[in-house]
Design a protein around this ligand. Structure first.
Ligand code: SAM
Length: 372
């Protein structure tokens, strides 16, 4: 079993120079270079809105923020680095009563320039329309017109540029009418991380992993343990966030360990992952300040029956491995079991962090502290 190792990643070596780029040496397209402001909207998993709003608050120059909608005068590249959003969309509204109004001469011209601006930056190679009634003659015609004007193939299933049409929330215009067109600024969702070369059943949406780390607290001095690391999502999202004292993952399944190593390599992060039973690591007591884990939910991974014994044993062993003021951050879909086990033990105090809706599931994240 590997001992917790210090983070020696060279990516952190030059931290002191971050933010010190002189005006002269700023690259073209630097997000600080002002451009006309454009309106954007973040798409986030239901339940993670607050985490996304907090991340958005850290984007310099973002203004007129209403929920997850905002104006931004910088390069969209800065927005593609948001880690809590599934996707970022440009958004523009048209004063038309129905989508058919977008086919008018003036509206279509505006729509084409708007979409062209997005594809020129994002490099999308095809597009698709996401809207109620997307097979209707109006939508077909819109797709044909856009394809011809932009020289971009319309691929209804896999199109890289996702255009979403929806009635405007604020229903502009004299008759209280209007339609929004949202254009996803990246060819793939932001949640489909570039580092994910290996996928596994039960792999966690990376935006949830990001949210867990942010709410569990990010401290440079943390020794972090990620038992049941699966494909490595929690490990990689933490490694990408910045310094820590140590970061170690284990999984009982050799296929998962190989998968996590592949993804860590793709992310350019050196993190130890071992094939070890999380309940029998052989590590000394109080080895970690933060234990963070996405437990088996009993459907795709493990079974409800095995979780009956796994969950209490896990809580007990993590109590031993955690420092006196340590934290245990857990995600599970076994809500009734977890809450029953929590009532039956007296070692941990738990606080619910969020409940998120993802892929037909609605797991909860909890943060536990040692009692007393
Ligand atoms: C829900 S999955 C984790 C998925 C992971 N968050 C990801 O993004 O891929 C749970 C993992 O726990 C592992 N596991 C189950 N029992 C274990 C044990 N006793 N010790 C270590 N790992 C275990 C499984 O092999 C599985 O990879």
């Amino acid at each position: 079993m590997p001992r917790p190792r210090s983070n020696s990643n060279p990516a952190y070596a030059n931290r002191s120079s971050v933010g010190k780029t002189s005006k002269k040496s700023r690259p073209k397209g630097d997000y600080r270079a002002r451009q006309p402001a454009r309106e954007y909207e973040l798409d986030v998993l239901p339940g993670l809105e607050e985490v996304a709003a907090t991340e958005l608050a850290g984007v310099p120059l973002a203004r007129d923020v209403r929920g997850l909608r905002f104006w931004y005068p910088g390069s969209p590249e800065r927005l593609t680095r948001l880690r809590s959003a599934v996707a970022v969309y440009r958004i523009k509204s048209w004063d038309v009563p129905r989508p058919r109004g977008l086919l008018g001469h003036q509206q279509l011209g505006e729509l084409v320039s708007y979409v062209r601006e997005v594809t020129e930056v994002g490099g999308h190679r095809s597009f698709r329309i996401g809207a109620a009634g997307k097979e209707s003659p109006t939508m077909q015609r819109l797709a044909e017109e856009l394809s011809a004007a932009l020289g971009l193939p319309h691929d209804p299933e896999e199109g890289e540029l996702l255009l979403r049409l929806r009635p405007s929330a604020d229903r502009q215009g004299a008759d209280g009418q209007g339609w929004d067109v949202l254009a996803r600024i990246t060819p793939r969702p932001l949640s489909a991380r570039a580092w994910r070369e290996c996928n596994m059943g039960g792999g966690l949406n990376a935006t949830i992993a990001y949210a867990m780390h942010k709410l569990a607290g990010q401290r440079d001095e943390d020794r972090i343990f990620n038992p049941m690391s699966g494909s490595g999502t929690l490990l990689i999202e933490r490694a990408l966030l910045g310094p820590y004292a140590a970061l170690v993952g284990v999984d009982i399944d050799p296929v998962a360990v190989a998968c996590a190593r592949t993804n860590l390599r793709a992310a350019g992060k050196e993190v130890e992952v071992a094939q070890v039973d999380a309940l029998h690591t052989g590590l000394p007591s109080r080895s970690f300040d933060l234990v963070i884990s996405d437990l088996p939910w009993g459907d795709a991974i493990g079974s409800h029956q095995s979780n009956e014994t796994l969950y209490p044993a896990f809580l007990k062993e993590m109590h031993r491995l955690t420092s006196r003021r340590g934290r245990l951050c857990l995600l599970t879909h076994e809500l009734r079991l977890f809450e029953r086990v929590m009532r039956e033990q007296s070692d941990w105090e738990a606080k619910e962090l969020f409940q998120v809706y993802s892929g037909g599931h609605h797991p909860k994240a909890y943060l536990l502290h040692k009692r007393g």
